[in-house]
Design a protein around this ligand. Structure first.
Ligand code: HXC
Length: 268
């Protein structure tokens, strides 16, 4: 689907996207690139990175891939620095890397819980922390007018409770708290906007194929009238809005992009 935004709304910006080589992260990479940004992708799998970067380049987008795991502070530091060295500035950080699997709380080991917390919550904070010096107003490579932007990909699981997702629900609750607290501290001190996006079920993503087999989907429609799959494009358009000047007065919020699903109740 064609973007309703002008093609230059992110012109001159440099975006670093964790988990940017697949799923929602890759669509954000693509759309940010199509709207003028240069793209750095961070991911654990070299093959995924290489293929994502060459797809972006074939679209005429300036792109580079940096291998790394957001759970490793040294990787986070190296990738942020490499992005700066490669492109000369860092304007936008998107935290899209996430870990997930379905398991009952009873069967989930504490290390399984910790693993997802480490990727989603601690990883998000670590990346923000490492990127701060480049995102600040007046940081190397950027003007003294505005600070940069952080976008954290969240979920709606923790607004209520979700079967077999205790680890992810806890992790995304921490991500949302991180979004608000950084918006307060870094918005005040450095003019950095920090926002989140909470996607509903998005078709054709690694998350959905793992979490919602087809039979779950057909049942879901019975008791959740607003259940319909979104597209990765829907999340990327929300990200573009928040990242562009259109979102300049939006700070500390997590935008729900789920077609209203989390409000769903069966009709009596
Ligand atoms: C139970 C599991 C498990 C599973 C791992 N563990 N997979 N427990 N069921 N399916 C436990 C392990 O037993 C171990 O604990 C601990 O987690 C660490 O496992 P490792 O295999 O060593 O970890 P690692 O190789 O680092 O992999 C972690 C991973 C990650 C979380 C599985 O590789 C991953 O999820 N990758 C996929 C990324 C993905 O799907 N992204 C999309 C996210 S979608 P013990 O105790 O045995 O040592 C998303 C959407 C959320 O986030 C919202 C949905 C609506």
């Amino acid at each position: 689907m064609e973007s309703p935004f002008k093609a230059d709304i992110l012109k001159g910006k440099v975006a670093l996207i964790t988990g940017g080589g697949s799923g929602i992260g890759f669509e954000i990479s693509t759309q940010f690139g199509k709207h003028g940004a240069s793209i750095a992708i961070m991911g654990r799998r070299k093959q995924v990175l290489d293929s994502a970067v060459s797809t972006l380049q074939s679209l005429g987008i300036k792109a580079a891939g940096f291998e790394g795991d957001v759970r490793k502070p040294d990787d986070a530091r190296r990738v942020v620095e490499s992005t700066f060295k490669h492109f000369g500035q860092v304007d936008i950080l998107v935290n899209a890397a996430a870990g997930n699997f379905l398991v009952s709380a009873e069967d989930l080991s504490p290390n399984g819980f910790k693993t997802v917390m480490d990727i989603d919550s601690v990883g998000t904070f670590t990346m923000c922390h490492e990127a701060l010096k480049y995102l600040k107003k007046g940081a190397p490579g950027r003007g003294s007018t505005n600070g940069g932007l952080i976008l954290n990909i969240s979920a709606t699981l923790h607004y209520t409770a979700s079967w077999y997702q205790i680890h992810v629900s806890a992790a995304k609750a921490a991500v949302d708290a991180t979004t608000r607290n950084l918006a307060l501290e870094w918005g005040t001190d450095y003019d950095i906007r920090v926002n989140g996006i909470a996607p509903g079920p998005i078709g054709d993503t690694p998350g959905m194929s793992k979490l919602a087999p087809d039979e779950i989907e057909s049942k879901a429609r019975d008791y959740m009238p607003l259940y319909k799959l979104g597209e990765r494009w829907d999340i990327a358009m929300a990200a573009l809005y928040l990242a562009s000047d259109a979102g300049k007065y939006v700070n500390g919020t997590t935008l729900i992009v789920d077609g209203g699903l989390w409000l769903s109740r069966p009709r009596h």
